[in-house]
Design a protein around this ligand. Sequence first.
Ligand code: GH3
Ligand code: MG
Ligand code: MG
Length: 406
Amino acid sequence: MTVYRTLLSLAIPVAVLIAAAAWVPRATEFPAALAGLGHYAVWIVLALAGVVSLAFQRGRAVLALLSLAIAYAAYAHYLQPGVPEDIVFAIFGAMCLFVPLNLAALSLLQERGLFNRHGFGRLAVIAFQVLLAAWAALPGNRAAREGLYTEIVGAAAATPVPQLGIAAIALSVIVACAAWYRTRSSIDLAFAGAAIAFGAAAHGVTTPGMFAIFVAAGVLILAIGVLQDTFRMAFRDELTGLPSRRAWNERLAGLGRHYSIAMLDVDHFKNLNDTHGHDIGDQVLKLVASRIARISGGGTAYRFGGEEFALVFPGISAADATAHLDALREEIAGYKMEIRRADRPGGDKPGKQRRAGRNAHRTLSVTVSIGVAQRGGRHDTPDAVVQAADKALYRAKDNGRNRVSR
Ligand code: GH3
Ligand code: MG
Ligand code: MG
């Protein structure tokens, strides 16, 4: 399932990059009168992506787009025939370094919006880069220009991209992919995709249309990343990664004629929170949720709220669902969870003891109670089935917990 989701996430940026590569040879087929349209197309795509990112308050995406927009504007103005060579080299060298480094940095930074001191600070960094590039383009600053083209290895160049730029692009792809692996946020993957797209744009800076097409591809990848992330925020629960209550409501509205529904509640969870703290409670919820997500019998799990989960089994009876739910219940009850002990900052214990405490793990176990009901008889709407499952859950609690009731 996760492998499937990983491949699906990768498919979008890869498809955009392939489409861009296929488009490049055709870029010159347009009549001259239409060629200028491509230039406007890049700005239109940039504007749309910018509006979407601003509307969803994805500050990191806005800054990545700004960085690409500046690079594209610089390309359109300065990387053109007739511009003095010094200026061309300074601008190109600077963008090959700064754009990927910005993408790498943004993938590591936390989302903090744009219109606050964090956002302004990040904007200031990009403004400073523009000044540095302009400074390197001044006739007297030959050393700065040569610095941008420092050779790390002595290999023959098969690309106009300076070696520092290649290193920065490779770094940003690795860093952004690592960030994506950690956060599973589509925007982090989009940063990696945008870095590859920018690398291709820079590599093709002398090929007609190639820079514009690949910058547009990078912008598109970022915009899709923003939309995917927003979708995820709306329909996925942040703590457990399970589909959320909103997704549950939509699923109920779309159910067919044969299904069973189960409501699951962690037993004595308030006790666990009170004894071990809310942070550990959260860790336990995450681990329990990861087991619930792997329910068999074709069931799908949702986080209903708090320590309550809901499951739907299309096409099977409550009796059949019970077998799968009982296996799940047993698995959870026998699951010894390794829990990180919460760090206690500012504790007055000696450092050695504190360090030992930080590395110490403890194991915890919890049980769950489950109520299940099927559609049919008096229970002919999803709401009625949910209520019946809820009643069954109360019976499971009353009968001593750690059990499945119908
Ligand atoms: P029972 O066996 O009857 O279900 O007992 P219980 O303590 O689990 O029941 P109750 O519904 O009274 O308490 C649920 C507790 O779950 C309350 C709250 O402290 C805790 N809780 C709810 N949501 C979260 C969460 O997101 N994180 C953590 N750590 N605790 C949560
Ligand atoms: Mg509860
Ligand atoms: Mg409970």
